[in-house]
Design a protein around this ligand. Structure first.
Ligand code: THG
Length: 367
C-alpha cells in the first residue's frame, strides 16, 4: 500500500514523537487517529510481546466521558450488560447496541464515580450516538471527548516495569480494576487490562503534556527488561480471540453472533435501547456465530476484505481476520460461521486472494 498522507484530520497522539523515534514502520487509522501497526515485523513484534514488555500508543482508544447525575442511566441505555453491580474502580467490557440490537462498538466502560464514566471506545464514532441519546431523552449529563490517551504496558514483564515507575502497589491491581497512581504530581487511572492475552496495564494519560515524559520514564526504567515500543499484535489477538470492531463485527451483528452473549444480561438491563430487539433475537439464538478457524497450508496474505467460507458450492460464512501464527505453525483466523457448520472440527474451504484453502472450524480460541 502507498504511504499515508499526513493531515490534521488524521490525528497525532501525545506519544507520536516517541513512536517515531522508536522507528514505527506502519500505521493504521483508528478513530481518526494514528495507531502504530508494525515496529520490527509483525512476527518479531509478536515474539517480543510474548517474552518481554512493550509500551503501546493506544491513544486511538478515545474516551467518551459521561458526567452528571444521569451518567449511570445513560450508560445503561447504551448496553445490554447489567451495570447495577458495578462499582467505581471497575472496568467492564460492554457491547453497545442500537435499537435493532446491532453492535455499534465494544468498548471498555470505566466507572470513575457514580456520576462520571469513561467509555474507552473501539473504532466507530460512538460519541455522536451517545450525544444523540442524551439530547433526545433530555438527560442531565455532559458528553464529550476529554484529553485522555491510553498507554498500554503489555507482556510478561509488565508488572516489574510498572512497579518501577508507579510503585509496588500496581502489582495489587486486579483484572479489570483500576487505581489512582501518581506520576510527576498528576494522578492517573491505571487499570489491569489491555488488548492482549499476555497480561499488563493501561494508563489513562490525562493531559497530553505528560505523554512524552511518561513514555520516556517507562522506556528508561525498562531498559534492562528489554522494553520496546509495540502495538496491538494482530497475530496474538487472533490466537486469543480478542475481537476487532469493524473487522470481525459491524452493526449488522448482534452481540450473540459475536460470542458476546456472556456480556449481556438482556432480561435485567432495564433501559437499554436495544433491549426489546435483543430479547426477541436471543430467544431463538443466533444462526451464525464467531468461531476460530484454522486455515491450512502456508502463510496467508493480510485479510483486508471478507474471505468466503465454503462447504462445497455453498457459502456458509466468512473470514474477517487471519494471520500466520509462528507459535502454532498454522494460520489462525476469526470467522462468522453459519450454525450448520459451526461445530468443532467441521472441515470447510476458504477462498483467499491466493486461492482456495482447506480449513477447520473450532469452538475455542488458541489459549
Ligand atoms: N482497552 C481499552 N480500550 C479499548 C480496548 C482495550 N478500546 C478499543 C478496544 N480495545 C475495545 N475492544 C476490546 C476487546 C476485548 C477486550 C477489551 C476491549 C478484552 N477482552 C477480554 C477477553 O475477551 O478475554 C476480557 C473481557 C472480560 O473478561 O471482561 O480485554 O483493550 N481501554
Amino acid at each position: 500500500m502507498a504511504l499515508i498522507a499526513p493531515s490534521r484530520r488524521l490525528r497525532r497522539t501525545p506519544f507520536s514523537e516517541g513512536v517515531e523515534a522508536a522507528g514505527v514502520k506502519a500505521y493504521s487509522v483508528y478513530n481518526h487517529m494514528l495507531l502504530p501497526a508494525v515496529f520490527h515485523s509483525p512476527e518479531e513484534d509478536y515474539h517480543h510481546l510474548k517474552r518481554a514488555v512493550q509500551i503501546w500508543d493506544v491513544s486511538c482508544e478515545r474516551q467518551v466521558e459521561l458526567r452528571g447525575p444521569d451518567a449511570g442511566r445513560l450508560m445503561q441505555m447504551l448496553t445490554p450488560r447489567d451495570l447495577r453491580g458495578m462499582l467505581p474502580g471497575q472496568c467492564y467490557y460492554v457491547p453497545i447496541v442500537d435499537e435493532t440490537g446491532g453492535m455499534l462498538n465494544d468498548p471498555v466502560a470505566v466507572k470513575l464515580a457514580e456520576d462520571r464514566w469513561w467509555i474507552s471506545i473501539a473504532d466507530s464514532d460512538l460519541l455522536y450516538w451517545v450525544k444523540g441519546i442524551a439530547y433526545g431523552y433530555r438527560l442531565d449529563v455532559l458528553v464529550d471527548e476529554p484529553d485522555v490517551s491510553p498507554l498500554a504496558v503489555q507482556g510478561p514483564k509488565a508488572d516489574d516495569l510498572m512497579a518501577r515507575v508507579f510503585g509496588d502497589a500496581v502489582r495489587d491491581i486486579r483484572f479489570f480494576r483500576f487505581g489512582w497512581f501518581d506520576f510527576q504530581g498528576r494522578s492517573l487511572a491505571v487499570a489491569r487490562s489491555g488488548y492482549s492475552k499476555q497480561g499488563g496495564f493501561e494508563i489513562y494519560v490525562e493531559g497530553s503534556d505528560i505523554g512524552m515524559p511518561l513514555w520516556n520514564a517507562l522506556m528508561e526504567a525498562g531498559a534492562d527488561l528489554d522494553v520496546r515500543a509495540g502495538c496491538p499484535s494482530a497475530i496474538e489477538r487472533i490466537e486469543g480471540g480478542l475481537l476487532s470492531y469493524g473487522n470481525d463485527m459491524t452493526d449488522d451483528n448482534t452481540p450473540h453472533e459475536c460470542g458476546l452473549g456472556r456480556f449481556c444480561d438482556t432480561q435485567t438491563a432495564i433501559g437499554c435501547v436495544g433491549r426489546d430487539a435483543l430479547l426477541r433475537v436471543t430467544k431463538e439464538g443466533p444462526v451464525r456465530q464467531i468461531r476460530p478457524v484454522e486455515i491450512h497450508g502456508g502463510k496467508v496474505p493480510g485479510c483486508d476484505r471478507l474471505w468466503p467460507v465454503m462447504a462445497g458450492e455453498k457459502q456458509v460464512g466468512h473470514i474477517s481476520s487471519a494471520a500466520w501464527s509462528p507459535d502454532f505453525g498454522t494460520n489462525v483466523a476469526i470467522g462468522m460461521i453459519r450454525m450448520t457448520h459451526w461445530d468443532a472440527t467441521t472441515e470447510v474451504d476458504v477462498i483467499t486472494p491466493d486461492g482456495v484453502r482447506a480449513a477447520t472450524v473450532f469452538e475455542t480460541f488458541w489459549n
